[in-house]
Design a binder for this molecule. Structure first.
Ligand code: ATP
Ligand code: MG
Length: 384
């Protein structure tokens, strides 16, 4: 019965001059995600209309459109002509058996259409009452029949399916996200995508403690995240040489902070090569010893670029809820060896001073270590 999908977007609609750029990006993302499962995807007066193939799978389409940032809601619709009799029949057909109350919600972007929205509501309401044993309920109806009138067509549907909101991935620039294999960093990457950023991932591993399996786990997590951003890259950066040097030269109380500083400094180099703008971590204030304000200060001062930590004010339980929703949780809780906790003090420093840390760090041949790590990084292209 359905031959099209009407896609609505919220925030993009308000972006003035950028509006057409946003809309084009959204169309592009929809096309990519649906592969060839459509006849056309077109912008149409403040909405996007997808014309469907006859045999398209509603369940798959629903799942895919539910993962696209920028879409507020979408509806499987019957696309028809502007003929009122035709519209009436379709509307009647869209009311399931055993419905007891309904309302009509008409809107029109075609202001030349001969009836106003209110007249449409009344005419269609009367028609349905005359043909089915139903009552109108404007405040809490069992079903709402929506009718959208555009220049050349009408779209009639009975359900709005919620999607993710946010902005289309790709409209807000590029970020480099440090991803650990834990619960938090995949969620923080998700939030950057939600605001329209493309995310490039960097993971550090120590081949003397990390098994191949735990590296594949990170690849799997990025694969799940690629549901929201269809094309991305994952840098797998060897960290053992750097850790060896740090362990040799630096008191165990400070190692964790210096590990993190090196991670950020390497990520910043990748950012430059990738023309990205900011770094992203899964830090949350005081969730672990390395994330006191003093330590975050000492860590973030290792780089010039801003470090964004979208989970900074989240409780662990809140982060877990989102990790479950975005389907990274099950992977994140699989066992893995965390290179950050390798050979550190049982009670690491919680109040480190950036100047002091810099002095301690100067024992290491920083630039050589960083360059070597980047040279030996493996880059995986990830396509959904
Ligand atoms: P997560 O759940 O993301 O691991 P966490 O609460 O366990 O976070 P840490 O392990 O201290 O805290 O890591 C803080 C942040 O540092 C991570 O969210 C991530 O952005 C970055 N990070 C930690 N380890 C790595 C790693 N091996 N590779 C890349 N980034 C890392
Ligand atoms: Mg961790």
């Amino acid at each position: 019965m359905y031959n099209s999908i009407v896609v609505h977007y919220g925030e993009i609609g308000t972006k003035g001059k950028n509006r057409s750029f946003f809309e084009k990006k959204l169309v592009e993302n929809i096309k990519w995600n649906l592969k060839n499962d459509y006849i056309s995807v077109k912008r149409l007066y403040g909405r996007i209309v997808i014309d469907l193939k006859e045999n398209s799978n509603k369940k798959i389409l629903k799942e895919k459109l539910g993962n696209i940032f920028g879409i507020t809601n979408f509806s499987f619709a019957v696309k028809s002509s502007l003929d009122l009799e035709e519209i009436k029949k379709i509307a009647l057909n869209l009311i399931p058996e055993k419905t007891s109350s309904f309302r009509i919600n008409s809107s029109r972007s075609n202001k030349n259409f001969k009836y106003s929205s209110l007249e449409m509501n009344n005419m269609l309401g009367d028609y349905i009452i005359n043909n089915k044993n139903l009552k109108v309920d404007l405040t809490n109806p069992e079903i709402t029949i929506y009718i959208e009138i555009t220049e050349n067509n009408s779209f009639i549907y009975n359900e709005k399916i919620k999607s993710l909101g946010g902005l289309p991935v790709g409209v807000s620039g590029k970020v480099v996200s440090l991803i650990s294999g834990g619960i938090d960093s995949p969620v923080s990457s998700y939030y950057l995508m939600k605001r329209g950023c493309s995310v490039i991932y960097v993971h550090f591993y120590n081949s003397t403690i990390n098994t191949k399996q735990s590296m594949e786990k990170v690849v799997d997590i990025v694969n799940v995240l690629s549901k929201y951003q269809f094309k991305t890259k994952l840098y797998l950066v060897p960290f053992e040489n750097i850790q060896k040097e740090i362990i040799k030269e630096i008191n165990s109380r400070y190692r964790m902070i210096i590990y993190k500083r090196f991670m950020l400094m390497i990520a910043e180099k990748i950012l430059e090569n990738e023309n990205a703008q900011v770094l992203v971590t899964g830090d949350a204030v005081a969730s672990v010893a390395s994330q006191t304000l003093e330590n975050l200060d000492a860590i973030y001062k290792s780089v010039k670029k801003p470090v964004l930590a979208p989970l900074i004010g989240f409780d662990k339980e809140e982060i877990i809820q989102i990790a479950k929703k975005i389907k990274t949780f099950e992977l994140s809780i699989l066992p893995y060896e965390d290179c950050c906790s390798f050979m550190i003090a049982e009670h690491p420093a919680t109040k480190s001073d950036p100047e002091e840390i810099k002095k301690i760090e100067s024992k290491l041949s920083k630039n050589i270590l960083i360059e070597k790590a980047i040279k030996n990084a493996i880059v995986r292209k990830i396509l959904n």
